[in-house]
Design a protein around this ligand. Structure first.
Ligand code: IVH
Length: 700
């Protein structure tokens, strides 16, 4: 970015400015001062090699601010002072990417990589392919557009086609230059892709500051980075010290006046990484490796995996890209991912720690879940201090005892699990985990149904259940009462301000307004959110009621089958079983719920309070190629998110069901599919298909 001669000159100028910090500086020197500051920002944020102290940098910054104040007409868009942005009142604007942001296909072992290489060779007819291998940064993807060397827009990935305009937040990331000399490469417009990350050090520092302020800490750097991008106050984004790696050029517009030497035209991916590096970005230029066969790819990903914990930031794998850009074009892409690149995902991370205690939590349905409290241990970007250990049988199966050393594991996004207890390390003073006979909250006797593994508190007035029910009712996928949230439900309950679901609509907001932390604005927001929820469609209310076994999909089917919520009072279990997706167990549970007088009273109360109980928004049945066909997804899908896959099936008229039964037409099987697959194999009318076959079905 800066050659030795430029660096020497800029250091001399730095000294001159600092030595004469109080002397008058004229407008002519302004651009010099800016270049000096860009040089130091680059040294500090990109190279991690600061040449001046923070205090000296601040002095230069203040000096520039002073001159710009006197000459506002001379402020440039790429001045270091122009990173400061004002808060947003409204949401982020949604803008289209120049080129859609695709995701990558995943691989997990050498066989997968050999397959990828074989397919690329077959498609291209080549004997040998050169690859560029680089880290897969674990953060939030972004897209940047520079026009005539200036950063003009930064966006989140969004749905891949359009994302949120987060330019002001991105300007707070000092390793992203506000201007970059792309014109030197004959480029007038460029769209580049990368990942915003939070280094392990910034993550620790941020958590320390949260602890000092008495606030809850954050779980991992990736989610914090992703969440930070959508904060409405850019200054807060700045405080979080984010970083960014840029690793892909998605679009280039060449300048009209092109006087480029043909040998400067970039034809490889690693050449583009080098260009990004030369233009002042952090690109994985030093971390990448160019190799000319798949065996070397495999050796490099394994080498990187072994040193993953020594890196200052989190990576969750490696990305392997065909290096020749022409060959990339030739190989093209499917509708989801390029055929010229693949992600190699690292194995689950494991750690050992001590199981120090077991707590028993009561959920919304009264289920009592044992939660193992662990000595906190850092595992794959998260500090783990408690893990659900499901039920009594699970504890027996894993032979867990208090005081045990346990091996825990976390694969990608998956919730951490206990793999086993290391019984060889037992000293003899470990204690059995004793399951309570009484509810840990209301002390009533616990029950277990035949064939079930879960102990339940059946006291419907049990405080824990009531609170969890209200939390579920207001949650995002149910009535979506924003600004309510878990903490507020617990607080209002503890203050006796709410005692059941209808209580949400009779809350004394004046009284809440007197509580600490509830200003007029938050009360107004709460009031508006509660009011708006009254118009939520019936399926959301149905789901929000928290009837056992009624998930979002079943709630939709149920809501679509009636004119009014109370019609369920007159439906027998047999009637209910006629519906798609409703088996014996679900029908029994729904019937049980609507036979309970207290529940009916509550529903009537909700209607009196103005909630929408009629089925006004009966979902139109989508006529599509798969009209009426039922689908169920099981296992981990690798190309699509589960919710996207379901939406895709629904968009073609398919119906999503939640269990395997003779009514199921297609079971789409991802990785590590378990009991649903086994069950489906026994019903020969069910078509068991892979994710790829599902995609072909949709396309056809
Ligand atoms: S290339 C068209 N390179 O991983 C190809 N992606 O799982 C564009 N990621 O959506 C992606 N590090 O957010 C590429 N070195 C890297 C990456 C990388 C992290 C992310 C990116 C992508 C996701 C796919």
């Amino acid at each position: 970015m800066f050659n030795n001669e430029q660096a020497r000159l800029l250091q001399q100028k730095t000294k001159l400015f600092l030595d004469n910090i109080n002397a008058a500086v004229d407008a002519v020197q302004m651009e010099d001062l800016r270049e000096v500051m860009r040089f130091h920002e680059y040294q500090y944020y990109v190279l991690n090699n600061s040449l001046i102290s923070d205090f000296e940098y601040d002095q230069l910054y203040k000096l520039l601010e002073k001159i710009e104040k006197n000459h506002p007409e001379l402020i440039t868009k790429n001045s270091p002072t122009q990173r400061v942005g004002s808060s947003l009142n409204e949401g982020f604007a949604n803008v289209q990417h120049l080129v859609p942001m695709l995701s990558l296909e995943n691989s997990y072992n050498a066989d997968d990589l050999n397959d990828f290489d074989r397919k690329a060779k077959e498609a291209s007819g080549l004997q040998k392919i050169e690859y560029c291998v680089e880290p897969k940064f674990d953060g939030a993807s972004i897209s940047l557009i520079y026009e005539n060397d200036l950063l003009i827009r930064a966006t989140t990935r969004g749905d891949g086609v359009a994302g949120d305009d987060i330019t002001n937040n991105i300007k707070q990331i000092r390793s992203i230059p506000l201007s970059a000399p792309f014109s030197k490469y004959g480029i007038s417009q460029i769209e580049i892709r990368g990942e915003v990350i939070m280094t392990k050090a910034s993550f620790d520092k941020y958590n320390e500051s949260l602890i000092q302020q008495g606030l809850p800490t954050v779980a991992n750097p990736r989610n914090t980075a992703a969440g930070s991008l959508r904060i409405k106050d850019p200054n807060e984004v700045g405080r979080r010290n984010l970083d960014a790696f840029l690793y892909h050029v998605s679009f280039i517009q060449k300048s009209k006046l092109e006087n480029q030497n043909p040998k400067d035209v970039i034809e490889t991916h690693d050449g583009q990484l080098e260009m990004l590096w030369q233009c002042g970005f952090r690109s994985p230029n030093k971390e990448k490796k160019v190799v000319n066969n798949i065996d070397d790819v495999i050796a490099y990903v394994q080498e990187f995996e072994s040193k993953r914990d020594d890196l200052p930031y989190e990576i969750d794998g490696m990305v392997i890209k065909v290096n020749d850009l022409h060959l990339q074009d030739e190989l093209g892409m499917t509708s989801h991912h390029p055929r010229w690149a693949i992600a190699y995902k690292f194995k689950a991370r494991q750690a050992t720690t001590k199981l120090i205690n077991v707590e028993f939590q009561v959920g919304r349905t009264g289920a009592v879940t044992p939660v193992a409290k662990l000595e906190p241990v850092y595992l794959g970007g998260v500090t783990v201090s408690s893990i659900s250990i499901h039920n009594e049988e699970y504890i027996k199966e894993k032979d867990l005892k208090i005081g045990d050393t346990v091996l825990i594991e976390r694969a990608g996004d998956v919730i951490p699990q206990i793999v086993k207890s290391i019984t060889d390390l037992r000293k003899g003073d470990e204690q059995e985990i004793i399951f309570p006979k009484q509810c840990p909250v209301c002390k009533s006797e616990l029950f277990k149904e035949d064939g079930e593994a879960v102990w339940r508190c059946i006291n419907i007035e049990c405080e824990a259940q009531v609170v969890e029910k209200i939390i579920h009712f207001v949650s995002k996928d149910a009535m979506d009462i924003k600004s309510f949230g878990d903490a507020n439900v617990r607080l209002f309950y503890s203050l006796n301000l709410i005692k059941d679901i209808p209580g949400i609509y009779t809350l004394n907001l004046d009284e809440i307004g007197t509580l600490e932390g509830f200003g007029k604005k938050s009360i107004d927001n709460l009031k508006a959110a509660i009011e708006a929820s009254k118009q939520q469609p019936l399926n959301r209310l149905m789901y929000g009621l928290g009837i056992r076994f009624v998930g979002e999909t079943t709630a939709k089917t149920l809501a679509n089958s009636v004119e009014h919520l109370l019609d369920f009072k007159n439906k027998s279990e047999e009637d209910l079983q006629q519906l798609e997706d409703v088996g014996v167990k679900v029908a029994k549970s729904i019937h049980h719920f609507f036979s309970n007088e207290q529940n009916i009273k509550m529903i009537e109360q909700l209607e009196q309070l103005g909630l929408q109980l009629k089925n006004t928004k009966k979902e139109a049945v989508v006529e599509g190629g798969l009209s009426g066909q039922t689908f169920l997804f099981t296992g981990t899908l690798t190309k699509l998110k589960r919710s996207d896959a379901e939406a895709l099936a629904e968009s073609k008229g398919g119906i999503i069901v939640s269990g395997v039964s003779a009514k199921l037409n297609y079971l789409v099987v991802g990785e590590d599919a378990g009991s649903k697959l086994e069950k489906a194999k026994k019903i020969n009318t069910i078509k068991v298909i892979s994710e790829d076959e599902f995609l072909s079905l949709i396309e056809s």
